[in-house]
Design a protein around this ligand. Sequence first.
Ligand SMILES: Nc1ncnc2c1ncn2[C@@H]1O[C@H](COP(=O)(O)OP(=O)(O)OP(=O)(O)O)[C@@H](O)[C@H]1O
Ligand SMILES: [Mg+2]
Length: 416
Amino acid sequence: MIRRPIPIHEHRTVTGTIRLEGVYKIFGEQPRGRALELARAGATKGEVQALTDHVVGLADVNFSVNEGELFVVMGLSGSGKSTAIRTVNKLHSVTDGHVWVGDTDIQALTGAALQKFRRERIGMVFQHFALFPHWNVLDNVGYGLEVQGVDRHQREQRALEALDLVGLKAYAASMPGQLSGGMQQRVGLARALAADPEILLMDEAFSALDPLIRRQMQDEMIAIQRKLRKTILFITHDLNEALRLGDRVCIMRGGRVVQIGTPEEILTEPATGYVAEFVQDVDQGRVITVSDVMVEPRPVEPGSTLRSAVRAIGERTGSFLLDGAGHPVGVLTSADGIRALDDGETELSGAVRSDFDRASPTQTLNEVYSAAGRGLPIAVVDADGVLVGNLDPQDIMAELGRVESLIDGFEREVFL
Ligand SMILES: Nc1ncnc2c1ncn2[C@@H]1O[C@H](COP(=O)(O)OP(=O)(O)OP(=O)(O)O)[C@@H](O)[C@H]1O
Ligand SMILES: [Mg+2]
């Protein structure tokens, strides 16, 4: 199922809506000089740079993020994504054009009013989120509230609620150094959420995480957004992430907006050759790969009884048995195990089979589709044959079902 976009009100000012109107950002000695003139006349970033030695950060950028919408800006490195997001809280002043949040003209904000706006209306999460190393998780999450002058009791209450949202309530008393990278990033998200801002700005918030954790974070983000319906401006260079998260996606190139559309529109009706190429480049072998869908391996514990091994499988289809070097040598499915137990079997060896399939993390789901049809878990192995993931056929089917029309449209329109 593809989520439907929020209805568009491009020309209406709505509280909680972000709007960039004709925004230019030129970097250099004389930003309002010839460089701006050239950019206005349609010169490319490269041309402006060659002629004036000024860098075009943004050129004629227009987009609006509707209330409760998760809007993704995607583009290659240097395309202007971070510059765009920074105009929203005035970390950058614009060279020309207007930035609105609701009916607040961001360019007009200064001093205490700007500070208040940033603290109360905006939450930010970055790629390398800096937590205070000597403060525990709860205090880190409550930091923004402390700055706002919220009293300790209320602060802790709200920090705990935010931690609960990101699944880290149990870690309130831990120190940041005791958490994994993914958990720290979640604490960052909790900090942004604790102040209950109307707007979240997220710049490559998940980009430093390894694929498995990243994918979990994306799922959690979708779940949190379903609950909170924040207005979110989310930056990524990863098409897969953009398609997965975005109600709408905006593709940028050389400081300009190339296309804005729903994920389906981007894939099935690429506005220019560039979008098609970009989509194709980023996409091949990447729209949905095995590593996007696999879960952590959780192999059968050595020395398990059949009964304890079946119990450990839980909701999954099955788990692998490993040799001493971490290579999968057999698979125990829940169904096989239960059947064997019913037959009075107690030994693991009585229910384990060795006719399972292997896949590499970089293969696409299409490539492993027929193997998934057997209904057995697929062993995801690295170049040395070591088990790195468990690919559940049910997850493959669910994932393909969800994006089926995207992939179909994508292959039809872009590859053929
Ligand atoms: N403070 C600055 N001074 C000069 N040039 C800048 C500055 N900030 C950004 N730029 C330039 O503006 C352009 C857009 O940069 P921006 O950081 O927005 O890119 P990005 O799309 O976020 O890239 P990435 O994916 O690498 O983060 C780049 O050419 C960059 O060199
Ligand atoms: Mg950036």
